[in-house]
Design a protein around this ligand. Structure first.
Ligand SMILES: [Fe+2]
Length: 309
């Protein structure tokens, strides 16, 4: 390539680059270089089940994630199709978890962190080892129903939105722990939060099919009922950067007060069943997972990967 063409390609004025090719414009040199510290895959609403060839299709998704060479996988809950309905027997619960364990062997070498979805818990058979939240913690090898950890300079907070009476909310004990955990890190690392239910999402607006009669009525499953407490806390602790969620099976992005809220589409699309597009989509959202690159300056970028054509 000729020097003139090279300069044109770089978009630089003549004189800002030396003939040796190593000197750069002083204005470019002044731009601090951020460093990528983590590559993450966010899967959510996998709803794994024996039907619809779901295990093989999920394995195909995990193969893609393996090839993406991520450092970490975050699983946003509703890992299995459903254990929460009244007619579900223990055998069916175990069958679904066996599907999960079989599929995730594909990425067995990659650390995976989970949160609880509303369909993961089996509420029948009180006293059984598979009962309720403890049963799911055991299946997913989770330390607690909410917890936090550090990785490569970022702080990660995993929340349990499954409030016993008002889904889409933290109970008082978890809220106190959460505030303490955010404040402990307020001067330090950038923070990523994951919950199953969205903290803040616009999907509740579109799903409520607004018309001239208004006003909107949005349930806690679309938008955390205690979101104003979160917004107040994030306003005082500016290191909270991004909040991941799922549950809705729709893809949306809300940016409010410098915090990005990503409600990502479902890995299972239309619960693996024939979808609204004649293939596997739920409404307009096709099955997928999200890749996120996290940087040392607290910034990030992300992309929704449609793994199933
Ligand atoms: Fe859900």
């Amino acid at each position: 390539m000729k020097r003139r063409d090279l300069l044109k390609k770089l978009g630089l004025a003549t004189g800002t680059i030396a003939l040796t090719g190593v000197a750069v414009s002083p204005s470019l040199a002044a731009i601090p270089k951020k460093k990528k510290v983590l590559k993450i895959a966010h899967i959510t609403d996998v709803h794994i089940r024996p039907e619809y060839n779901a295990v093989q299709r999920f394995k195909k998704c995990l193969e893609r994630i393996k090839n993406d060479k991520v450092d970490l996988i975050l699983n946003g809950g509703d890992s299995i199709y459903a254990a929460d309905y009244e007619n579900i027997k223990k055998e069916r619960v175990l069958e679904q978890w066996a599907c999960w364990k079989d599929a995730v062997k594909v990425v067995g070498h990659i650390k995976m962190h989970h949160v609880l979805g509303n369909h993961d818990m089996w509420w029948q058979g009180k006293g059984d080892e598979m009962y309720g939240k403890p049963g799911v913690l055991k299946m997913l090898d989770m330390p607690h129903n909410y917890y936090s950890f550090d990785r490569n300079g970022w702080h990660f907070i995993m929340l349990d939105s499954n409030h016993p009476t008002s889904p889409g909310m933290l109970d008082e004990t978890q809220w106190k722990w959460f505030v303490g955990d955010v404040e402990k890190n307020s001067q330090g690392k950038p923070i990523l939060i994951m919950s199953h239910y969205p903290l803040l999402s616009c999907t509740g607006i579109t799903d409520s099919k607004p018309d001239a009669t208004g006003p909107f009525k949005i349930s806690g499953s679309y938008n955390h009922l205690d979101i104003m407490k979160f917004i107040d806390l994030f306003n005082k602790n500016k290191n909270v950067k991004v909040c991941l969620s799922g549950h809705i099976h729709l893809l949306d992005k809300v940016w409010y007060n410098d915090v990005t809220y990503l409600c990502n589409g479902a890995t299972s699309g239309f619960w693996w069943e024939p979808g609204d597009d004649g293939k596997s989509a739920y409404k307009q959202t096709v099955p997928g997972y999200t890749l996120l690159n996290l940087y040392d300056d607290g910034s990030f970028d992300h992309e929704y990967i449609k793994y199933e054509a």
